[in-house]
Ligand binder design. Sequence first.
Ligand SMILES: CC(C)(COP(=O)(O)OP(=O)(O)OC[C@H]1O[C@@H](n2cnc3c(N)ncnc32)[C@H](O)[C@@H]1OP(=O)(O)O)[C@@H](O)C(=O)NCCC(=O)NCCS
Length: 328
Amino acid sequence: MPVGAPHATVLGLGVHRAKRIVPNSEVIAAIDSSDEWIQQRSGIKERRWVGPDETLESMSLEACRLALANASIEPAQVDAIIVATCTHTMQTPALAAKLAHLLGTQSPAAFDISAACAGFCHALSLANDMVRAGTARHVLVVGAELLSEMTSRTDRGTAFIFGDGAGAVVVGPSDVPGIGPVVWGSDGEQFDAIRQSTDWREVLASESPVMPYIQMDGGAVFRWASFEMAKIAQETLDRTGISVEDIDLFIPHQANMRIIDAMARAMKLPEHVRIARDIAEQGNTSAASIPLALGRMYDEGEARSGDLALFIAFGAGLSYAAQVVRVP
Ligand SMILES: CC(C)(COP(=O)(O)OP(=O)(O)OC[C@H]1O[C@@H](n2cnc3c(N)ncnc32)[C@H](O)[C@@H]1OP(=O)(O)O)[C@@H](O)C(=O)NCCC(=O)NCCS
């Protein structure tokens, strides 16, 4: 039987933001909108979309290399790679297997998971369990999305929301707890509130096939996230055995600034808690949004090594996952 570590922790973070800065002025004409409307309803000023030399794979690779370097872990020490994504256009093989090869690792377990915007927190929880169970010692957890390719430029409810990028963390053994218990779940009754516009079979049957894009019932998602997720956040703190006073950072999925504000109000976050607001310059990057948001907080001096952060992610499914993390 493998022997697990007493606890697991996040050892290092790496992020890659897509290079092209796309201001609201570039997306408004096709959806009869305005910079003012987008900022007021979503908090987004600009988003990042891939440049000509960037792909889902290249962004993920860069994030992984930085995470390994920051964790002082060699590729050969990686026992498993988990990629959370909903925009890998090859149904098989997994992007994780390609990354394993490109990183120069030595036969790690490598698989992708599909939990949309909640994917990173799901993968982080799996990594936490694997390290403690002894089925892996070091796990690379990646959240990566190339959403600009799966966004309709003329869909008023989504054309301005999504962005591209990747974030990765290395999870490894620790003598003290670094990742708290997960609270996760789904509300399958709303399984089609956020969805791919068309099934691949319908695309193939079409006389003029187009790439499927993400569709969303914005109002339903907004209400669900604003009211239900604050309760999940509180349950996560309760299960960790801490109070809102004990956290330093609140890093929710970057879906909409108004959802972030509604959650912060409902949770009665004290003044000292710094709140991630990466969405303003990055857009919503689904599974990549939490590591990217943490990356910006380091860059802007808002996060320091050892801070206690509450992660909470939610999206298509509708699925959610949350945990408290001691940041590296
Ligand atoms: C998409 C979203 C920003 C729309 O905001 P909203 O306040 O719900 O907007 P509504 O759809 O109710 O529309 C309000 C008005 O704005 C108009 N409108 C809708 N989209 C618009 C756009 N892109 N530009 C300008 N006006 C727009 C509507 O026609 C409507 O006009 P009316 O009042 O004259 O009828 C919001 O629903 C949202 O953010 N939802 C959650 C999205 C999310 O988090 N997704 C990711 C989950 S992982």
